[in-house]
Design a protein around this ligand. Structure first.
Ligand code: F6R
Length: 594
């Protein structure tokens, strides 16, 4: 989820690169850097924002260069880990966006062959592979290097003595901007809109050689004729990738986030967490602590651990944790925080550490305060989340929890196999929900007229109900409550009636029969009912006023599909009500006070 830029033309590249990099900064990057070909390769980079980098740079002459804004994934934000990365000779420089799953193996091989590495990144193996295969033609060397790489990439390569940029993509966006005797490469359209609105979109598997007057695109050695597109976005629209709000963009990024996060875990040689290194005795139970949406992920985590690892687990609010007894020495403790800066979560972690407990954290931000306190961090690959309402980070946290549980699960190999296969299907299933967003927007139109809403779920869908209610209340300002479906009759029934819709999360797992009974009870009290039901459920339509259909999954994975549908429901309800979706009143993205 980093930003990439390349320039080759007749103008001085340095100011153009810096301007384009600044255009990508709305995402909140942690490092920046550029490389220029000016007889040799000159690289300047650090863990600073673009404006700070610009202040430090000398004037570098040259009409070709590459730039990068980094969101740390492998390795903390630091000068060494910032891009561009170079080979041993310093003649090849490269910027990369994506994840190289087999980088550990490649790094070992290349080290044995005499290559020296200077960073902790996965990216650095690529310039070394290109160096290894270089025999006077950069494009051929890049092609050969890419054959060895497993994972995703958008990359731009520059060599001191060849007046060209070589670019390639797989599962990570990359565009070429067309100018007059100059051309651009970028990960995002907004980067180059100050210079051109004529673009070519590279597709997976394509490699292009870009010079100032020419662009040659190839796939498997075959030359392609690419269509030129005119972009009509304003800069502001384009920063949201054409979406009206960051929240919608981030909801739509979830198939990729799931793929990237899982891909990363699947490629790990070591287990995701080494509990035996953290605790002398076998684990008896697990405790998750977190706030807000991350707390709801923690509650889903309880069900995942109990189902797959077969030990008791619980999720607790970090803000309440200080009033509880410390867990036992045989409790595995995992904090969950997207930002890694939430004061309540940090305070609970410090209290645990103060009592001698080992703490693991699941976080989206490398080198955050939480990861500095924790004994080990499990990173998720959600990328920068701009919208105040958390969406893609929740789904990424669930991926970490599934993988954590699978690593410690005793399920037999065929069940494990089928669970991993099903996990790999999730991006596709989430995409199906995104493709159905018009139907969800219609439900939102209906919902937007009400002032009070209940969300209900049972078992693993109970925290999904809590999350659905939180999303709706924070972005649409409708009062919403998440409830365990069986609890409604113990009080909230008094509020049911024609003006209080209920949203029932009803996967066909072993809670379905009881949920169906609850739905009947609700309908008897005349509340409008929206059901989230799996495809193939023919009966629920008889009871529900509206049905949102989601793809069928293994019961344990149903929160992923259901939560995406509820995120869209909240988004479109808020849009219908004209709310400031990305920045709801009184809320901040990172809550750094207790
Ligand atoms: C809700 C939301 C918040 C956060 C909470 C914890 O959409 O974003 O409830 O989940 O403030 O934040 P992190 O995960 O950064 O600790």
């Amino acid at each position: 989820m980093c930003g990439i830029i390349g320039y080759i033309g007749e103008r001085q590249a340095q100011p153009i690169l810096l301007n384009c990099m600044a255009r990508l900064e709305y995402r909140g990057y942690d490092s920046s850097g550029l490389a220029m070909a000016s007889g040799n390769i000159e690289v300047y980079k650090d863990s600073v924002r673009v404006n700070e980098l610009a202040k430090r740079l000398p004037k570098i002459e040259g009409t070709a260069g590459i730039g990068h804004t980094r969101w740390a994934t492998h390795g903390e934000p630091s000068q060494a880990n910032a891009h561009p990365h170079c080979d041993c000779t310093g003649n090849i420089a490269l910027v990369h966006n994506g994840v190289i799953h087999n980088f550990r193996k490649l790094r070992e091989q290349l080290t044995a062959e005499g290559h020296n590495f200077t960073s902790e990144t996965d990216t650095e193996v690529i310039p070394h592979l290109i160096e290894k295969y270089y025999q006077g033609n950069l494009e051929k060397a890049v092609e050969a290097a890419l054959l060895e790489i497993e994972g995703s990439y958008a990359l731009v390569v520059l060599r001191a003595d060849e007046p060209k940029l070589v670019v390639a993509r797989r599962d990570s966006p990359l565009i070429i901007g067309l100018g007059d005797r100059e051309n651009f490469v970028a990960s995002d359209v907004p980067a180059i809109l100050d210079y051109t609105n004529r673009v070519i979109y590279l597709e997976d598997g394509e490699i292009a050689v870009v010079t100032k007057d020419d662009i040659q695109v190839r796939q498997n050695g075959r030359k392609l004729v690419k269509k030129e597109h005119q972009v009509s976005w304003s800069i502001e629209d384009a920063q949201k990738g054409g979406y009206q709000h960051f929240m919608l963009k981030e909801i739509h990024e979830q198939p990729k986030v799931i793929r990237d996060t899982l891909g990363d875990y699947i490629s790990m040689v070591e287990p995701i967490v080494n509990f035996s290194a953290l605790s002398s005795a076998p684990l008896e139970d697990m405790l998750f602590i977190a706030c807000g949406t991350s707390y709801h992920a923690a509650l889903v985590g309880k069900y995942i651990i109990e189902e797959l690892v077969k030990i008791p687990a619980r999720g607790e609010l970090a803000s309440e944790f200080n009033y509880f007894q410390q867990p036992s020495a045989r409790t595995g403790v995992v904090a969950i925080t997207q930002s890694g800066e939430t004061a309540d979560t940090l305070s609970a972690m410090k209290r645990l550490k103060g009592a001698g407990k080992k703490v693991i954290v699941i976080s989206n931000v490398v080198s955050s305060s939480a990861s500095r306190i924790a004994d080990q961090t499990i990173y998720v690959r959600a990328g920068p989340e701009i919208s105040v309402a958390a969406t893609k980070s929740f789904t990424a946290q669930l991926m970490a929890l599934y993988w954590l549980a699978l690593s410690y699960s005793n399920v037999d190999i065929s069940r494990l196999d089928s669970l991993v296969t099903e996990l790999r299907q999730l991006p596709h299933k989430v995409q199906q929900i995104l493709d159905n967003e018009e139907a969800i927007a219609k439900c939102a139109e209906y919902l937007s007229k009400y002032d009070n809403v209940f969300f209900i779920g049972r078992g693993i869908s109970f925290p999904v109900a809590l999350e659905g209610a939180l999303k709706l209340k924070e972005v649409s300002y409708i009062h919403a409550e998440g409830y365990a479906a069986g609890e409604l009759k113990h009080g909230p029934f008094a509020l049911l009636g024609v003006n209080t819709p209920v949203i029932a999360i009803a996967p066909q797992d072993d809670t379905y029969k009881s949920m169906f009974t609850n739905i009947k009870e609700i309908k008897a009290r005349k509340s409008p009912l929206i059901a989230l039901a799996e495809e193939g459920n023919e009966t629920i339509g008889e009871m529900a006023d509206l049905v949102i259909t989601v793809p069928k999954t293994e019961p344990i994975f149903s929160p992923v599909a259901n939560v995406v549908a509820l995120q869209l429901l909240a988004y479109y309800t808020a849009k219908q009500r004209g709310c400031p979706i990305d920045m709801p009143r009184n809320l901040a993205k990172s809550v750094t006070v207790e």
